[in-house]
Design a protein around this ligand. Structure first.
Ligand code: BES
Ligand code: MN
Ligand code: ZN
Length: 499
């Protein structure tokens, strides 16, 4: 998608479709109001008919309105003016742009709904770019008769209220586009089924990504190499699978040589059947999404490269399947992790932590400034937070604060859960140093993070449980690309990029 920004009297903008926001109760944002005056009040006259009420996401097309250069005008309902915010703008725009993507348009212009003196232009435009990316995303690689829209939306122009806003809007387009590229990569990898998206495939995609930028380097460790490093925990999971495990390591070198990197560690379980502690059949197909953490790492690194962020970033993706097999982990098995700690596997379905712990220990060698792991780790996180917020747990409060703020700023939010010492004893094992599931009642997301915390003592660390946010279920089943926006926002801030 091509994005651009300009300021120009709305009536003289030549476009196939001019999208103008309208609030409920006939309230018009400044640019819409000016436009309506310029075209002799045609919008106000439509509003008087009362069939377009400007509810959020409602649309009304006007063809060849008189006195303007656009061949169509789309009235886009923005809902109640009092409760209006950046997110509401984005959500409404997704609906509007989805309609245009199927129409004979190809290109459109959007009037921003803020005032000339407002400072929210950057956020509005970035949200709008993300809305456009969401609106046009399709995954039809596996359909034999995929029919793309005849004239897909290829170009969106944002019209700002004043010349002074153009710079911020252009930055927002650039950043939003990079986040869009990363999000799309994460979605594509995640939506691909487990028989095609294997650990080997993920590794190949990381290699392809690295070929696209001179600042990227990739290393893929084989099972034999992981064996030499003593990754007994990670390898115990892949023993039950015919697909060999991979440890994918991406290094993005955009910062000063020697400046400490941020490490992103993503769970890359390309299919999780649970192993011998097998999952129930219902919705098990969705466990192809158990690599969404890993996909978000690749996506975020792609965004870094696109943005040429002045920062060093490491991506580590342990990748495996978790299947039942004669050679698979059995409940009660005890394995030795790379850290030397022994683990009693009481439930083979708690495999994410088993592959992450060795990846986290491996990450120590980069002497990271901070480590963030991202994982579809616990069903309990869906019970706690649903599909709105990712779970956040951390051994460092200021790192947690940065991530929470980043999430709020970009609308890809997280919510913190406690990582108090009192929870740690739920992981006591009679036979090994630690059990892989928490005994006693509840707190599954917390005890999973407690498990990981045993392997993150040497650095500042935060854990994002994305079990509820990484994909949508039901009729809208599909990957969301989350938390690529959150992670990229965090890195933009760390790199002190103007936003
Ligand atoms: N990948 C799952 C977690 C999951 C389940 C994410 C459903 C999204 C939807 C993870 O490997 C898992 O199976 N976790 C277990 C842990 C339990 C055995 C302690 C879970 O949450 O049930
Ligand atoms: Mn599992
Ligand atoms: Zn899993």
């Amino acid at each position: 998608m091509n994005y651009s920004c300009k300021t120009e009297p709305s009536a003289s903008i030549k476009t196939a479709c001019l999208i103008v926001g309208v609030f409920q109760h006939n309230r018009l944002p400044p640019l819409t109001g000016q436009f309506d005056e310029a075209i002799g009040g045609q919008i106000k006259r439509v509003l008087q008919r009362k069939d377009f009420t400007a509810e959020a996401g409602q649309t009304q097309l006007l063809y060849d309105p008189e006195g303007c250069a656009a061949s169509r005008v789309m009235l886009l309902g923005l809902g109640d003016e009092k409760s209006f915010n950046v997110r509401q703008f984005g959500n409404a725009l997704v609906t509007g742009l989805q309609q245009l993507n199927g129409a004979h348009v190809g290109e459109c212009a959007v009037l921003l709904p803020n005032k000339a003196e407002d400072s929210d232009t950057y956020r509005l435009v970035r949200e709008a770019v993300q809305a456009a990316e969401t609106a046009v995303y399709r995954f039809d690689r596996c359909k034999s008769d995929s029919k793309p829209p005849k004239k897909p939306l290829k170009k969106v122009t944002f019209v700002v209220a004043a010349r002074s806003q153009v710079k911020a809007a252009e930055r927002a387009c650039m950043h939003g586009n990079a986040i869009g590229i990363g999000t799309r990569l994460a979605k594509d990898l995640a939506n691909l089924p487990g028989n095609l998206c294997t650990p080997t495939y993920l590794a190949e995609q990381a290699q392809a990504l690295a070929r696209g930028s001179r600042k990227l380097k990739v290393t893929v460790l084989s099972e034999a190499q992981m064996q030499k490093l003593g990754m007994g925990s990670l390898l115990s999971v892949s023993r039950g699978s015919r697909q060999p495990a991979k440890l994918i390591v991406l290094e993005y070198k955009g910062g000063k040589p020697g400046s400490k990197p941020i490490a992103l560690v993503g769970k890359g379980l390309t299919f999780d059947a649970g192993g011998i502690s097998i999952k129930p059949a219902a919705n098990m197909d969705e466990m192809k999404y158990d690599m969404c953490g890993g996909a978000s790492v690749l996506g975020t690194i792609a965004a870094c490269a696109e943005l040429e962020l002045p920062l060093n970033v490491i991506g580590v993706v342990p990748s495996s399947e978790n299947l039942p097999d004669g050679d698979a982990n059995k409940p009660g098995d005890i394995v030795t992790s790379m850290s030397g700690q022994t683990i009693e596997i009481l439930n083979t379905d708690a495999e994410g932590r088993l592959i992450l712990c060795d990846a986290l220990t491996y990450t120590e060698r980069f002497e990271p400034a901070a480590v963030i792991d991202i994982a579809t780790l616990t069903g309990a996180c869906i019970v706690a937070l649903g599909d709105q917020a990712s779970g956040l747990l951390a051994n460092d409060d200021s790192l947690a604060g940065e991530l929470l703020e980043s999430g709020t700023a970009c609308g890809d939010r997280a919510w913190q859960l406690p990582l108090w010492d009192e929870y740690q004893r739920q992981l006591d094992s009679n036979f090994a140093d630690i059990a892989n599931i928490g005994g006693g009642r509840g707190g599954g997301t917390i005890t999973a993070a407690c498990f990981l915390s045993r392997f993150t003592k040497k650095f500042k660390w935060a854990h994002l449980d994305i079990a509820g946010t990484a994909w949508l279920t039901g009729a809208k089943k599909g990957a969301t690309g989350r938390p690529v926006p959150l992670l990229t926002e965090f890195l933009l801030r760390r790199a002190k990029v103007t936003m």
